[in-house]
Design a protein around this ligand. Sequence first.
Ligand SMILES: [Zn+2]
Length: 220
Amino acid sequence: MGLCMVSLISAVFYWLNQNKTTAAETDGRYVVVLDAGHGGNDPGKVGVDGTLEKDINLSIVHKVKEYLEAADVTVLLTRETDEGLYQSSDTNKKRADMQARCRMIEDSQADLTVSIHQNSFHDEAVRGTQIFYYTGSEEGKQLTDSLQAALTSQMGEETMRVPKENREYYLLLHTSCPIVIVECGFLSNWEEAAKLKDESYQDQLAWGIHMGILRYLNKK
Ligand SMILES: [Zn+2]
């Protein structure tokens, strides 16, 4: 009987403790998924100077993560290294990779997701940062507005392109939380490609993106 009581009490304490730990980890903390586009055998866009989009994406994502964590936000990354989210046995690696990203985002029940990419265009003169959100999504639009405002004050108005709705991007189509794609710049433009490789320029972008995320979360 005595032993039984002891086990019951320790079971209750165990449960309380477990609950406390869980609560402490998530209570009041926002969860943000940061997605570094491409990776592994998929370089993304290749710049005029040979810069690979996947590397710039990952570098910026790590910087945004640091800033958000300093602001007490829980951050999940779809990839932390130069690895795609596919298995070597997958016949369609791109599809497997995109499906895995969407699954991670859905499972995380995140408050929002920001996917980081770099752009490219046949006309070398085209440049600037552009944000995409799912057509008709009110939350996507609000997140876009917050990011656009924060990035405009951080990077300057001349750097920002007009945000666009999109109904084709896989990630926008197959996720349910507020999500945007930030194309930070054009690797097809010599000057912008050089900037995008620069640590301090990446840092400025990351600061702007994290400010935009915080502004959106604070308005929720
Ligand atoms: Zn991309």
